[in-house]
Design a binder for this molecule. Structure first.
Ligand code: ADP
Length: 333
């Protein structure tokens, strides 16, 4: 029986984490479980930054980006000694179970706690949307809408000045933000880690589009796009620098580059992220209330589900390449 839970956010923050924290705290109380905050992820767990929460401590946060519990990375938690200290702190505070809101790394940490006999549940929160099994992670929808808003604005100036714009978005190993904002924003090319590309082919596409009367173009690039080994990339360059330089040189079109950076992490969560966060967190608490542990909650085919966390972490997230093919068709006509 679970009497007291701790909730933490860890790794990269994502809009909607607060909505998840709010639901964890309030549904814990609903189930007769005492909610405790663990501040600064595993770093704070090791240091005993653990405090009781009440329904009021999560008032007025549903609309806020970031995480009121703060987030941190912890090298110490990567070691058995660090984890032993963390478990000691949990025991000292009589915490029976921990709800971990975060990404892949945070979930690997949660699995280590599971091995040490602590009950855990993972709630996927990462703008990269790179957790398998669940279709969407908390924060992705807000981030992709922020990226799309930027694409719309940049398109205005791209159109006025008849330029090519290269827009780099986040995603070190994942092309989700680039693909979704690219398809929704009418990009002419989308360059992502999951699909190899040749820049001479991108240039040919731009020239063909130009011949059909298009006077400006948008190229979306994920920060983790592989780059084109044939196109003379300097090792320190981001892939978007390579794209912009290559396109300008090869086509002669005036080309500009924008790196969106951390604006993609912040901001008020969208309705989708708030709903997803609330529904996932509720299901996480239901599972814990039933004594279930070692799981991750998520949404698949519009239903809230759960999977064993070790299973979910062993799967590779598959990007739906239909989106990619559709974007290519729309750009080439
Ligand atoms: P994210 O959850 O966004 O992927 P990180 O990869 O930075 O973020 O992971 C967050 C924290 O989780 C790390 O700082 C570390 O403390 C913990 N962590 C990550 N991987 C492991 C692991 N294999 N074992 C134990 N702890 C881990």
């Amino acid at each position: 029986m679970i009497r007291r839970i701790g909730v933490l956010t860890s790794g990269g923050d994502a809009p909607g984490m607060n909505a998840a924290i709010r639901t964890v705290v309030r549904t814990a109380i609903h189930f007769g479980i005492e909610p405790y905050a663990i501040y600064r992820g595993y770093h704070g767990m090791i240091r005993g930054e653990i405090e009781p929460m009440s329904s009021r401590s999560v008032s007025g946060i549903i609309q806020r980006g970031g995480t009121v519990l703060k987030s941190a990375r912890s090298q110490s938690f990567m070691t058995p000694e660090g984890r032993a200290k963390a478990v000691e702190q949990l025991k000292e505070h009589a915490i029976d179970a921990v709800v971990v809101i975060g990404g892949d790394g945070s979930f690997r940490g949660a699995l280590e706690l599971d091995k040490l006999g602590i009950k855990i549940i993972g709630i996927p929160g990462t703008i990269d949307n790179d957790i398998a099994c669940t279709d969407y992670c908390i924060g992705f929808d807000t981030a992709v809408n922020t990226a799309l808003d930027a694409v719309n604005k940049i398109r205005d100036t791209a159109s006025s000045h008849e330029r090519v714009y290269v827009i780099e978005v986040m995603g070190r190993h994942s092309g989700y933000i680039a693909l979704y904002s690219g398809l929704a924003g009418g990009a002419d090319a989308i360059l992502i880690p999951e699909v190899p590309y040749r820049l001479d082919e991108v240039c040919t596409k731009l020239e063909e589009a130009n011949a059909k009367g298009k006077t400006h173009s948008i190229i979306m690039v994920a920060e983790g796009a592989a780059g084109d080994p044939e196109a003379g990339r300097l090792p320190s360059d981001s892939p978007s620098v390579q794209v912009a330089n290559y396109v300008q040189e090869k086509t002669g079109y005036e080309t500009r580059m924008t790196i969106l950076g951390h604006i993609q992490r912040g901001g008020a969560p969208t309705v989708n992220d708030r709903l997803l966060a609330s529904r996932l967190a509720y299901h996480a608490m239901e599972l814990l209330h039933q004594g279930k542990t070692g799981k991750m909650v998520g949404e698949a085919d519009h239903k809230i589900k759960s999977w064993n966390l070790d299973y979910a972490l062993a799967q590779e997230k598959q990007l739906d390449l239909e989106y990619y093919h559709l974007a290519n068709i729309l750009a080439s006509i």
